[in-house]
Design a protein around this ligand. Structure first.
Ligand code: COA
Length: 430
């Protein structure tokens, strides 16, 4: 009863929240499925200059970074999505990438900056005064604990989740009730290359392995090719719908995991309503902070840990670029290096980078002699393990640059192999 009174006292509207924003403030918003959509769509109306707003993988073209507005707000983003890229293409330079390994995004932030305000999304309060941060605790909980002002958009569509997601009404300063649907991502359509890649990867995944599947169409397709496997487990940054499908088919049981046996472990979930319903009040799905789930030393405690991520290009010696095309920033490191390193440190683990051999309808080889000028290295060659394309598997760990170049040429598209051989010779690799 007491908590209901406190809830009522803290209940407010978005206008009052906008009045809290003062010049020079640093504001952090929850990410992706848990983006505070009402706040982000209105924040450009706040009367304050030089406000920095930190976000991650924005789901909508929010005016504060996507339009020319009178406000001098700046968006700093831990991971670029479509709208960040489009804003930059339009010449609106209000969105800036923050280089990070996902497991350190929140903890680095609170060590180096003061957080004036956190705005997140929560599932409705229970009788004991607890909300949950629902489908993402990548950095949200660390930031919430450090923030001077905590605002929650309370949404009945947000699933109530288990793990380290609870927040008590006492920790919250302002509540705004909302009722928008959560952002959804549909399972991607697989082409013949993706299917060939998935078939190669299924050869590498042994029964009883624990999996991390990254973002993009390839990891999604891989899941569909694992149906003949037994007793797979999940320890992943992002929980996806394909994992729920494999659970329903009794492929994922989590029963052979050597850490958190019997449980799915993730730091956020992103999919369709089916996924959000699956995680709702599901004690078998544990959401923990990104600083825990993606810590390579934690990941490595899962024996036979297999991480499957994808990339934009890989050079002949194994440098992996997943976040930029030359000087143009594309997405972010996210948890790619974290999960890859965790997997290669695990007993019997494998770090897999899977990519189509070409882009732009076969015009460009994604296997390149060297990364073009300005390309960020997401996984350095000294960490690389398996690289898989539709043409096969290259196992680069422990191999010389010559051996690597030969293996990489073998999995390149046949149209580019002669060119790659010549370039490799010019570089002194062969
Ligand atoms: N040169 C030029 N363009 C290229 C290219 C290359 N080598 N490789 C891809 N592209 C283009 C594609 O043609 C496509 O363009 P379009 O949007 O105009 O069609 C675009 O870049 C995206 O490529 P695609 O292969 O469709 O990307 P994806 O959606 O499968 O995502 C990554 C791939 C690598 C961008 C994405 O997985 C990522 O950001 N990874 C880093 C983070 C991560 O892995 N985290 C893991 C834990 S969740």
């Amino acid at each position: 009863m007491e908590y209901k009174e406190e809830y009522k006292r803290k209940l407010t509207d978005i206008e009052e929240v906008l009045h809290l924003i003062k010049p020079g403030m640093t504001v952090v918003a929850g990410m992706t499925p848990m983006e505070p959509q009402l706040f982000l769509s209105q924040v450009h109306k706040a009367r304050a200059d030089d406000v920095k707003i930190f976000t991650c993988l924005n789901m909508k073209p929010y005016p504060f970074f996507y339009e020319e507005t009178p406000s001098s707000f700046e968006n700093n983003s831990w991971f670029f999505g479509h709208y960040n890229r489009e804003a930059i293409k339009k010449g609106i330079l209000k969105t800036h990438y923050v280089p990070n390994n996902l497991h350190q995004a929140g903890t680095d932030f609170i060590q180096t900056r003061k957080v004036n305000m956190f705005v997140g999304v929560a599932s409705p309060m229970d009788k004991n005064g607890f909300f949950t941060l629902s489908a993402s605790v990548v950095y949200e909980k660390d930031i919430l604990e450090a923030a001077d002002i905590v605002v929650l958009e309370v949404n009945p569509n947000a699933p109530k989740t288990h793990g380290d997601t609870s927040v008590h009404i006492r920790e919250v300063d302002y509540i705004v009730e909302v009722d928008y649907p959560l952002p959804e991502i549909q399972p991607s359509k697989a082409g013949k290359e993706e299917r060939a890649i998935a078939r190669h990867i299924s050869e590498l995944v042994e029964d009883g392995s624990t999996l991390q599947l990254g973002i993009g169409s390839i990891p999604d397709t891989v899941a569909r090719f694992l149906e003949s496997k037994r007793d797979l487990g999940i320890h992943t940054e992002m929980l996806t719908e394909s994992m729920v499908d494999l659970f329903e088919k009794e492929v994922i049981t989590n029963s052979k995991k050597t850490l958190w046996k019997g449980k799915f472990v993730c730091t956020f979930a992103f999919g369709t309503r089916k996924l959000y319903d699956f995680v709702n009040d599901n004690p078998a799905v544990m959401f923990f902070r990104g600083s825990y789930v993606n810590d390579p030393y934690v990941i490595a405690q899962n024996e036979k840990m297999v991480s499957i991520n994808t990339a934009l290009m890989v050079d002949l010696t194994g440098n992996v670029c997943s976040e930029g095309i030359g000087k143009t920033h594309y997405s972010g490191t996210g948890g790619q290096l974290d999960t890859h390193r965790g997997a290669i440190m695990s007993r019997g683990g494998k770090g897999i980078i899977a990519l189509k051999s070409t882009a732009k309808g076969g015009e460009i080889s994604k296997i390149v002699p060297f990364l073009p000028e300005g390309s960020p290295v997401t996984i350095p060659r000294q960490d690389v393990d398996y690289v898989v394309t539709e043409h096969g598997i290259a196992h680069l760990r422990g191999k010389s640059v010559k051996e690597r170049a030969l293996e990489m040429i073998n999995i390149a598209h046949p149209d580019f192999r002669e060119w790659l051989k010549k370039e490799a010779s010019k570089l002194g690799l062969l």
